[in-house]
Ligand binder design. Structure first.
Ligand code: AMP
Length: 218
């Protein structure tokens, strides 16, 4: 099964995509993670993307479409994947359909995590992650059980994303409103769009997504 998780930054796409891997072995394809890896490696592509990402704007369609086109061919995507952060524009949505048709694949469902925009700045600006295993935390909503120590791997090193500051978050939300939200009707028309309440606690959201998956499987 191949899914798309749609929703603004901070809606919980990354958290839910990781759970979909743990439960259903659907591979998380996060264009944000892939671009951050390019930036960290200092590649030519990373150098091109860095400033755009730090300004909270969208990297060019051609770049992200190329990254996804290649990634979907990897062996681990054969039994299913979850797109997290892609597509983000109508052009990307159309290109995705074209590439999947070419590869003999399709999207089985699109899950929209619906959230209240006012809550997102607080949600995003407090988040941080373990530098070693990537486990996610939040200053207010999810502190490590033992202060300064990762619950999962015991590391004492944490990182914060450079674009998770209040000013950049506002630009990212604007990009979502203006360029990404308009693709929701594209998937609604295809009968693929399912809305879940992204304001609920993460376990409840996971339950709602699992219900969507079982409907698709039927
Ligand atoms: P994310 O981790 O999904 O919040 O993405 C972080 C940043 O990477 C975004 O603010 C964009 O600058 C860039 N990015 C990620 N995915 C895409 C995409 N599909 N199209 C354009 N830019 C993207």
């Amino acid at each position: 099964m191949n899914l798309i998780l749609l929703g603004p930054p901070g809606a919980g796409k990354g958290t839910q995509a990781k759970r979909l891997y743990d439960r259903d072995k659907l591979v998380q394809l996060s264009t944000g993670d892939m671009l951050r890896a390019e930036v960290a490696s200092g590649s030519a592509l990373g150098k091109q993307a860095k400033q755009v990402m730090e300004a909270g704007q969208l990297v060019s369609d051609a770049i992200v479409i190329g990254i996804i086109d290649k990634r979907i061919d990897a062996a681990d995507c054969k039994s299913g994947f979850v797109l997290d952060g892609f597509p983000r524009t109508e052009k990307q949505a159309v290109a995705l359909d074209e590439m999947l048709t070419r590869k003999g694949k399709k999207i089985d469902g699109v899950v929209e995590l619906a959230v209240d925009e006012d809550a997102l700045v607080e949600r995003i600006s407090g988040r941080f992650a373990c530098a070693k295993c990537g486990a996610g935390y939040h200053d207010k909503f999810q502190r490590p059980k033992k202060e300064g120590v990762c619950d999962v791997c015991g590391s004492a090193e944490f990182t914060r994303r450079k674009d998770d500051n209040a000013e950049t978050v506002k630009a990212r939300l604007k990009a979502y409103r203006e360029q990404t939200a308009p693709i929701l009707p594209y998937y609604k028309k295809k009968g693929l769009l399912q809305r879940v309440d992204g304001m609920a606690d993460p376990d409840t959201v996971t339950g709602q997504i699992e219900r969507v998956l079982s409907k698709i499987k039927r």
